[in-house]
Design a protein around this ligand. Structure first.
Ligand SMILES: [Zn+2]
Length: 348
């Protein structure tokens, strides 16, 4: 098959630690898993290991034993053939639980801003969560996605990931841009390719690089189409049943406004996001992506992204429709990074 559709889910609570573990994390993930299993599609779960390590340290949280809650869910996903990969939000590094909620360090929101030692601690801390809970015995195709897409400048992070055995990054969303000081990313200049070799810059192709960037499928679907999709999303349920949380982050009010303004300017560029886009927009975006790379000589990964915390009942319906379309789509198969990589001519 020419096209490999890879469903990925960033497994986490809201960035400021708000949200109910059952209603925002476990229930919507189970729902997403079940819909994909019915269609025969594997899910790649980007596990935010730093926050889960903090939950694990609290004896009253549902991760407390290997047979309950989060740990049990991750093990079940793994046993059912889904993939667990590394996702990191460094603001959780020295988190403290207060009566009012989690106290996080917003100065450390962006992994790209951390020192060498902090990056090493983050990556090792994340990976040791996996081994502590015996969630995945050996990660033989480890893939990474930076929290909040905030990985640039990416040189130091890539070096640490490489040392830890990670060979694929899947953070970049080509064309997307956020200029806010606290959580910036800039993917406006990337190769016009479905994946590329990298060494120290995730946005730059380097034929000598020992790692791969496999970007999130992102397309310019046009302002009017994108606005219509956003309108439909906002007019329905935005969160899973019983899930409430806040998108508050590291920015001052002024920086947050700057970010919102940039988003408006950037309207038209959309990620293949199965928790927020209506099914017709998911299909439109995928068709555009497939035709853009139809002449490419290798097999093509199409990375879709979702978040458990906004995988609502509306998203369930949209994903169901999208899977019905994908099921009947010739030359398209459901895949994982590992499976896709085996079909290519790439050696990493
Ligand atoms: Zn995340």
């Amino acid at each position: 098959m020419k096209y490999h559709l890879i469903f990925t889910l960033d497994y986490e609570l809201f960035g400021n630690g708000s949200g109910c573990i059952d209603k925002c994390l476990i229930d919507p993930t189970a729902k997403c898993q079940s819909l994909l299993e019915q269609a025969g599609a594997p899910l790649t779960v980007f596990v935010e290991a730093l926050e889960l390590a903090n939950f694990a340290a609290l004896k009253n949280e549902p991760i407390r034993s290997q047979n309950q809650g989060i740990a049990a869910q991750l093990r079940l996903l793994h046993e059912n053939g889904h993939k667990l990969e590394l996702h990191l939000h460094p603001q959780w590094m020295s988190a403290q639980k207060k009566d009012t909620g989690w106290q996080l360090d917003y100065e450390k929101w962006r992994i790209g801003d951390l020192s060498d030692t902090e990056i090493t601690d983050c990556v090792n801390g994340g990976l040791s969560f996996f081994s502590e809970f015996k969630i995945q015995r050996n990660m033989n195709s480890p893939v990474f996605r930076a929290g909040g897409w905030a990985m640039q400048p990416s040189g130091k992070v890539l070096k640490e990931l490489y040392k830890a055995g990670i060979r694929i990054d899947s953070t970049v969303a080509p064309g997307a841009y956020n200029p806010s000081k606290g959580d910036w990313f800039d993917f406006r200049r990337t190769p016009n390719l479905p994946f590329w070799r990298i060494s120290d810059n995730i946005c730059q192709q380097n034929e000598q690089g020992g790692m791969l960037e496999v970007p999130i499928a992102t397309e310019n679907i046009g302002r009017r189409t994108h606005l219509q999709a956003l309108k439909e999303h906002r007019s329905g349920e935005e969160f899973p049943l019983g899930c409430f949380g806040s998108y508050a982050g590291p920015n001052s009010k002024l920086q947050a406004i700057k970010g919102k303004f940039a988003k408006l300017v950037n309207v038209g560029t959309a990620m293949l996001d199965f928790s927020t886009l209506p099914s017709w927009a998911l299909i439109d975006l995928t068709e555009r992506y497939m035709s853009r790379f139809a002449g490419f000589e290798d097999t093509i990964p199409i990375v879709a992204i979702g978040h458990n915390k906004n995988f609502s009942r509306q998203s369930e319906e949209n994903l169901t429709d999208y899977l019905n379309w994908a099921n009947s789509c010739p030359d398209l198969t459901y895949s994982t990074y590992e499976t896709w990589l085996k079909t290519t001519t790439i050696n990493i």
